[in-house]
Design a protein around this ligand. Structure first.
Ligand code: ADP
Ligand code: MG
Ligand code: ZN
Length: 616
């Protein structure tokens, strides 16, 4: 696409052209029109006699005579001559005839005044006209550039998507059956509003899609438009709070005006949290009047329009807890549609949807990939498929195979392999023992998930090694024992380092973080500690984005929580050390095997474990 020209450049060129034009006019052209040729008085009389003069201006002051004459080539020119005290002049002029036999006109005002009209036009009106024209042009360009209308602040650029343009249907959204069901009702309403009207049922005005990033909220909204076949107005929350103060509110007004004209239709506000943030507390940070105004306008518009006309407002957010309570009141976004991370079945379905676009090897097992990607979002799964396809291309293959997919999983989940990174043999050894420590501790605890893959090939994410644990089946409930065992597994890496090398490295920082988070959760949120029983000590403030938690207890209790968490972790660490102590021989064997192979599968790992158990 061609870059649009810089509007400032255009106006500069235009004004420069106008200025030059003005100067040229005044210096060269005007004089030619208005500057009279001076002739002598008797030349003038001769010209009158010869019929060359058609008009004469007899200046009342008597200082000069101006006249319009035709030269030999038939061109008209203005001439001037000094006034003589010639009493016969009037008579001469009355008798004189032009070449065509017309009488000569004579006036009392100067001729130049008549032609000055022309000069005025040329030297002033024209350049000013040009300037104004350039100004308008600039305005138009600015508008195009900003997408809005800089002159009339009441207009917006809510994009209109029609069915053909989104082209997305529910078939493109895998999993998310509950969300689809809820949205299907809206689609049905848009298809046959009379069915609902006849019963007197009123559709909810708005539905709010809530869920973590990348789970397909935007995709679902587009699918609704595609299914319903109605116009789809889509705008992101951030676009409201953009340019000029007062713009946001005006945009909301305009968006709803457009929507009302196009009803039935869907208005989709993506990332609504940017405008819909809770209003209280904003003052502490200096406030954001602009955002607040926009929000108020949105609330007003939502109350104002008639829901039965078929305007449905969809919004999406991944921070529902920050939304202003007023937005969630009945009559506004009273319907909440959760769009959660996909489960095993959902992940497989999403992988299948995206695999349609590529050539897959027949032997590819997408279920295995789905199993290995617990906790990933739809967007990440789509990314895995693409990454696998890219790898196939890199290897000059047209067909994507299982190892491409497996590699892609690691790329997305753990970062790219850093083949070039140099690690000393000593470091490599430590990493091997560390990873085997995790794996062995996990394998020795009956409730822990078996290991799928262990690698000491470093990742760009910074991890030097990586143990992939895959639960056999999707679990939603975690028993207290399982939770504790997980902590034990986290501490297994460090425990192995201690046992073998008698010292420890910084390699366990991520383990420490994970173990602490889980232990803390057990105490404060999951009611899994003896000391606090089922007392809630923490509330999640941001359940989808990382999960910030804030304590809801006294400082004294907080100290006791810390003590409880510490004792849990200490217990787990001890347990891991005990397990490894007992299995030291196996630990050496496995570590040596991993060092040699760099990457081993869960099967290979378990084989050695079983072998050693058989020997014992
Ligand atoms: P969100 O708006 O929830 O952050 P998006 O709707 O933008 O997420 O999803 C990003 C991309 O991830 C989509 O374009 C799609 O390719 C993929 N995706 C996410 N969820 C699904 C799903 N359930 N089925 C198929 N593709 C999905
Ligand atoms: Mg989105
Ligand atoms: Zn570790």
């Amino acid at each position: 696409m061609q870059q649009p020209k810089d509007p400032r450049k255009t106006i500069l060129i235009f004004s420069a052209a106008a200025l030059i034009f003005m100067m040229v006019m005044n210096l060269f052209v005007m004089p030619m029109i208005t500057q009279p040729t001076t002739v002598t008085y008797n030349e003038f009389l001769t010209m009158v006699e010869e019929g060359k003069v058609s008009r004469v201006a007899l200046d009342g002051t008597g200082t000069a005579i101006e006249f319009l004459a035709t030269d030999d080539k038939g061109r008209k020119m203005v001439c001037t001559t000094g006034a003589m005290n010639d009493p016969d002049l009037v008579q001469t002029l009355q008798q004189a005839k032009t070449a065509d036999g017309e009488p000569v006109d004579f006036y009392k005002e100067p001729l130049t005044q008549q032609s000055s009209m022309l000069s005025f036009l040329l030297s002033w009106i024209l350049p000013i006209g040009l300037m104004v024209g350039a100004g308008f042009l600039l305005m138009r360009m600015m508008q195009k550039k900003m997408g809005g209308n800089a002159m009339s602040f009441g207009k917006s650029n809510a994009k209109v998507y029609v069915q053909a343009q989104t082209g997305i249907t529910f078939a493109d959204v895998a999993g998310q059956d509950e969300a689809k069901e809820a949205l299907a009702e809206i689609v049905d309403f848009l298809h046959s509003p009379d069915k609902y009207r006849s019963v007197g049922a009123v559709m909810p005005k708005g539905a709010l899609l809530v869920g973590p990033p990348g789970t397909g909220k935007t995709l679902l909204a587009k699918a609704v438009a595609g299914e319903a076949g109605v116009p789809f107005f889509s705008i992101a929350g951030s676009e409201f709070v953009e340019m000029f103060v007062g713009m946001g509110a005006a945009r909301v007004r305009d968006l709803f005006k457009q929507a009302n004209e196009k009803a039935p239709c869907i208005v989709f506000i993506d990332e609504i949290d940017t405008i819909g943030k809770s209003r209280d507390g904003a003052g502490a940070m200096g406030g954001n009047d602009e955002r607040e105004q926009t929000l108020n306008q949105l609330l007003t518009e939502m109350d104002g329009f008639d829901g039965s006309r078929g305007v449905i407002i969809l919004a999406a957010t991944n921070r529902p807890e920050t939304l202003d309570k007023a937005l969630l009141r009945p009559g506004r976004f009273d319907r909440r549609i959760p769009v959660e991370l996909p489960d095993l079945e959902g992940r497989e379905a999403i992988l299948k949807v995206h695999a349609r676009k590529i050539m897959l090897d027949e032997k590819v097992d997408l279920l295995a990939i789905a199993r290995a990607t617990s906790g990933t979002s739809g967007a990440e799964l789509a990314n895995i498929i693409n990454e696998a396809a890219l790898r196939a291309v890199k290897c000059n293959r047209r067909i994507v195979n299982q190892s491409d997919l497996e590699e892609a999983v690691e790329v997305i989940i753990a970062g790219y392999q850093r083949k070039g990174k140099v690690i000393s043999p000593k470091e490599k050894q430590i990493v091997a023992y560390h990873e085997i420590g995790h794996a062995l501790v996990a394998a020795r605890q009956s409730h822990s998930a078996p290991v799928a893959k262990i690698t000491i090939v470093p990742r760009t994410s910074g991890a030097l090694g990586y143990t992939m644990q895959v639960p056999e089946e999707e679990t939603n409930l975690l028993t207290r024992e399982e939770a504790f065992n997980k902590i034990v597994t986290y501490t297994g890496g460090r425990a192995a380092e201690e046992l073998i090398f008698g010292t420890f490295t910084s390699g366990a920082s991520n383990d420490i973080e994970q173990a602490t988070r889980l232990a803390r959760g057990m105490v404060t949120r999951l009611g899994m500690s003896e000391e606090f029983d089922m007392m809630a000590l923490e509330t999640m403030t941001n359940q989808y984005l990382g999960g910030d938690a804030s304590l809801t207890c006294s400082a004294d209790t907080a100290a006791r929580i810390d003590a409880e968490v510490l004792s849990l972790i200490k217990k787990a660490h001890q347990k891991a050390s005990d397990i490894l102590q007992k299995d030291q021989d196996l630990l050496h064997r496995l570590a040596a095997f991993l060092l040699e192979r760099e990457t081993i599968t869960g099967e290979e790992f378990m084989e050695i474990v079983r072998q050693s158990d058989g020997e014992a």
